[in-house]
Design a protein around this ligand. Sequence first.
Ligand SMILES: Nc1ncnc2c1ncn2[C@@H]1O[C@H](COP(=O)(O)OP(=O)(O)OP(=O)(O)O)[C@@H](O)[C@H]1O
Length: 240
Amino acid sequence: MEKRHKILEIENMQTYYGDSHVIQGLSMHVYEQEAVSIIGRNGAGKTTTLRSIMGLTPPRSGNIFIDGRQTTRWQPHKISRLGVAYVPAERHIFPGLSVEENLRLAARPGSGEDAWTFEKVCEHFPVLADRSHQDGATLSGGQQQTLAIGRALISNPRIIIMDEPSQGLSPILVQTITDVVLKFCVQSGITLLIVEQNYQMALKVASRHYLMDTRGEIVNNMTTRQLEDNPEIIQAHLSV
Ligand SMILES: Nc1ncnc2c1ncn2[C@@H]1O[C@H](COP(=O)(O)OP(=O)(O)OP(=O)(O)O)[C@@H](O)[C@H]1O
């Protein structure tokens, strides 16, 4: 049987903020072209996990492998050069730069006809094309989230790491962003690791889910089907 390639693997990761032990032995993996979510309560440690992967808050111990390389102590810019795009919850649109400049700064050449370019972003996201000269920081929340995703795509990444894209958005915009993530990331074969408190969105976009408890530990790893068949598990972990 063909062995699937793990594009991300984390072994027994321990991450601290000072004396505060936030991630207490996290292990997980993401296969190439898989869409995986981390679901957990407010404050569980989901953002910290992503920051550790990106080298922004390095773990104190444990191992992180990206595409087979041990990246645990790497600087963030070196990690992103491996083809890892990070979409933080705050979106981090560069103020004072236009939508086009925000996109062009992130652009990296891709291979093949499907590669993302500024023109391709404009074609698929008319909302960004219409506002290409507008200061990115003056966009609405949903538009900024679209820009943040467009910025990830234009870097032609191997994996997108997305932190709570639904944060602060109305239900209609959550639906719009869900459709964007499904169509342009999941269905086009970009590997995705997404963190969400909105478990309904997580179930729609990802096919496998890690449930995180409040000590930053993974307590379960289930498929969408298994979670849909056992809603009490979501209740227990999310107090919904
Ligand atoms: N810079 C920081 N310094 C100290 N403690 C922090 C810092 N950032 C986060 N924490 C704490 O670490 C824990 C995990 O936070 P984290 O943001 O990773 O959780 P989360 O699951 O992403 O929650 P949320 O959905 O609220 O973002 C929380 O108790 C939080 O208060």
